[in-house]
Design a protein around this ligand. Sequence first.
Ligand code: ATP
Ligand code: SF4
Ligand code: MG
Length: 326
Amino acid sequence: MALLEVVDLHVGYRVFEGYLKVLNGVNFEIEEQERVGLVGETGCGKTTLVKTILRVLPVPPARIQRGQVLYHGKDILLMSPREVRGLRRREMTAIFQDPLQALNPMFTIGTQLRDILKDSQERVGRGQRTQRAITARCISALRDTGMPDPERIMSNYPIQLSGGMRQRVCIAEALSRNVRLLLADEPTTNLDVTIQDQILRKLDQLVDQRGASVLIITHSMGVVRDLTQRLYIMYAGSMVETGRTKGVLASPLHPYTQGLMRSVPRLTGQGISDGIPGRIPNYLQPPSGCRFHPRCAHAMPVCVEAPPPFYPAGDNHRVACYLYRS
Ligand SMILES: Nc1ncnc2c1ncn2[C@@H]1O[C@H](COP(=O)(O)OP(=O)(O)OP(=O)(O)O)[C@@H](O)[C@H]1O
Ligand code: SF4
Ligand SMILES: [Mg+2]
């Protein structure tokens, strides 16, 4: 059984103009101790997916139409608020793009980090439970992220820190939780390029030491190549390709992935104009069938009829495209 399995997930947002159909039948899974990468253009629904999994999506305006998010086979979407709190304390956590969302402006960094460590007491030995030991662990967690002067940071409030420093606090928080699954949603976006690589490697090392699984959402193919075993490519609300990272990068099969690979430097910019015309669709009235069909040079009549399922393409490689129907 997979550690996490998302099945046919449909999620949208009610907005003034109507209903945005964002997640359109997402299927994906993460195994125990697996490192999975997720790559997709801006606006394709990556953060919506992570927030749905963690049950932190604002409902409304969001609406979970249907689907399952199975953690060890149990549907998170059907759990009671108490069960969800327990899950977030002990089993899974996320590092989000926007660190201010995750930090409480009313408490110092030290107070927030100490609370988290006290919360995961079971895994801390009795001798380590003193206040001084907990503080030392917080400082060490901050230092692990490359935070300068962590002793001083402990007495600061989030507002006193720069975006990059807040991001490091969030990373330290997440790593202090000792969870089994870490969802890292572009965790180094607010950091200097020079420090990004260093932090991601540290994160990878710590996840490895703890035997955890990790989902890394990133725009960097270098990060994906170096730090993940398996890769998902997402387009306009659904997964379009997955396989071993090396295999997908070496021979992308979905026309969207092929375009993405040709336009790597532009991933964070305005669409993937290099090789693929057009932009991600308007979610108020998304294209029928394969949502990529208006941009696809290979589109066939069947492509507008129904979304393609995943077709196997060898060596754990699967692709949601009618070109690979056998
Ligand atoms: N609170 C919200 N209300 C209305 N629409 C939203 C809300 N949050 C997200 N959306 C819409 O859902 C779509 C997907 O957004 P999401 O943030 O999940 O994408 P993403 O893949 O994480 O993008 P990025 O790479 O820029 O972080 C976008 O069109 C966005 O405008
Ligand atoms: S299913 Fe059709 S439109 Fe979609 S990527 Fe494949 S060929 Fe193109
Ligand atoms: Mg996002």
